[in-house]
Design a protein around this ligand. Sequence first.
Ligand SMILES: [Zn+2]
Ligand SMILES: [Zn+2]
Ligand SMILES: [Zn+2]
Length: 271
Amino acid sequence: MATAADLEGVPPLIAQLIRNIRVQVTLEDAELMKRTDVKELRLFFDALSSGQAERKTYEDILKHIHDRRDGASREDAAKRAKEDAERKAKEDAERRAREASEKLAAERKEKEDRERKAKEEAAKQAEAAAKLAEEARAREAALEAKRKAAEEEARIKRRVGKCAHCNDWIEDKDFLENGDMKLHNKCLEAWQRSNCSKCVQCKQPILDDFVEVTAGDGGDQGTTVELHPDCVDPYKIANRPKCAQCGNVIMENSRMKLGANFYHNACAPKK
Ligand SMILES: [Zn+2]
Ligand SMILES: [Zn+2]
Ligand SMILES: [Zn+2]
């Protein structure tokens, strides 16, 4: 029950009414009365002026404030329900957004997985293709090595000996042979250059015909030199003595010598 202290703050007119009819006011009703605006209680004044009993008026006031409370709580409930509905709608919207974003993420992940797998598969296939190509190359190389070995063996079988000029093996069908000596066709000229006798006049090798003539001024009968036929005259002109009579070089083998002088047979002084 509310004490006199608990009625502190209740609108004075209502407090007066309570005192008049000596009712026991519950703490809750006292609180409701304190929170009720006096102006709202026109009902109270109207009742008093219309001669309605004070107890009935009090009951009307109670009913009014109870209705008001219930209305308020109904309003609260409606507000709460609305808020609940709004919150739920918001939560639903958030959940839907979350689910949509999760679905999107899942789809993206699935797509990425698919792409990654495709890439891995492509890499694997490329690797397999590279391996096959490598194996093919290895087979080819093995065949080539075998072919080269066979060729080499055939060449060794074809060898007829070493070239006297370049010292390489002669594997050609055509080659030159002279006794034990063999030569590549291509090496003949070079071999001749380094091995044939050379013309003492022009210093070039003598590959064909040559002429043997007495060396120097023709005085030493035992010594001869080899010359190209065309080089004989120039050699003699350069080396043979001049005729003391006519002044021309003595080209003939037969000549006259008197003291230190040489003469053409025809130019020699008559005895
Ligand atoms: Zn050779
Ligand atoms: Zn010559
Ligand atoms: Zn002469």
